[in-house]
Design a protein around this ligand. Structure first.
Ligand SMILES: O=c1[nH]c(=O)c2[nH]c(=O)[nH]c2[nH]1
Length: 303
């Protein structure tokens, strides 16, 4: 039977480090970045799959060492900059490496107040929420894709959410709600417009002026603010409004994706006990609604 290799990539996943940044003027004043990095290489590796010829393989162990050595040698803040640095390194050092896919997950270590002010070097892990980035670069096609995300930001509002007016058929049992609990684990991704951030140098320049941090902060703020302030007609409408606001506020972002589970809380039926119940719920882990949307600027308003 004739077969052919259609696609391949390889590298190291779950390469973890924590880097400390000390303020040179006050070494007690520190920041930390804990990361989980995955780097996959693409390029002229076909013979390693098809002819058992290992000659072109840069061992995944070397990929791991590279991530750690470069994390030591260069600035890892923000993660988008470090991802671009790794892409530049791998495609520059090895002539047969054409492309790189870098995924970085950053743990949420935040400083906490002690005696009224943020402590200089003590952090609280606000997990499972993470900040993430995915960067894909191909040195032949010059194509660059940079997207960043917030994952597992779990939120709940106990009122200010509705769901009614939906399609009703002979299979419908859901009752319309004008006041319900709404809870989700936010998975939001903002993809940078490849016409605005089109080269590795563009990533470095945008990082330098604080663009990636500012995009992250705005996406997070908008998500939380709209979640809280809007009287939500549905998860669908709320995620669309969040996406629109991110696109309005961050011109470098070309599209926004949300994927939101609807974590249901269901009223206990206590009528059998003669009790009227509107405040005691049980969390229903499954099944859950799962609602996705991708929102981009309309072609008419391209630039
Ligand atoms: O916001 C919602 N969107 C839905 O599509 C849906 N479906 C459902 O049963 N409850 C909800 N809530």
């Amino acid at each position: 039977m004739a077969v052919e290799l259609i696609d391949s990539s390889y590298g190291k996943a779950n390469v973890k480090f924590l880097k400390v940044k000390k303020n040179p003027e006050n070494p007690q004043e520190q920041e930390v970045l804990e990361a989980n990095v995955k780097v996959l290489l693409r390029g002229n590796f076909d013979v390693s799959y098809t002819k058992a010829d290992n000659a072109p393989i840069v061992p995944t162990d070397t990929v791991k060492n590279t991530i750690l050595i470069e994390a030591k040698k260069t600035d890892v803040w923000p993660i988008e900059r470090f991802a671009a640095h790794l892409a530049q390194h791998f495609t520059g050092k090895y002539s047969h490496v054409d492309g790189v896919e870098v995924d970085i997950v950053q743990a949420r270590w935040t400083k906490f107040p002690v005696q009224g002010k943020l402590h200089a070097h003590s952090f609280k892990n606000e997990g499972p929420e993470t900040r993430r980035t995915r960067l894909e670069y191909n040195k032949k096609s010059k194509k660059l894709h940079v997207a960043s995300s917030i994952v597992d930001l779990t939120v709940l509002k106990s009122t200010g959410s509705m769901f009614y007016g939906y399609n009703v058929c002979d299979y419908t049992t859901l009752k319309p709600a004008t006041d319900r609990i709404l809870s989700t684990d936010v998975d939001a991704t903002w993809t940078f417009d490849p016409r605005k951030i089109s080269t590795i140098q563009d990533v470095f320049a945008y990082a330098e002026k604080g663009g990636f941090d500012s995009a992250y902060n705005k996406a997070r703020e908008i998500t939380l603010e709209l979640f809280a302030l809007e009287n939500s007609p549905s998860v669908q409408a709320t995620m669309y409004n969040m996406s629109e606001k991110i696109l309005e506020n961050v011109p470098e972002v070309g599209k926004v994706d949300y994927a939101l589970p609807n974590n249901h809380y269901i009223l206990f039926n206590l009528e059998w006990k003669g009790l009227k119940n509107d405040d005691l719920f049980y969390p229903s882990p499954d099944p859950n609604g799962y609602i996705k949307a991708t929102v981009a600027r309309s072609p008419a308003s391209k630039l």
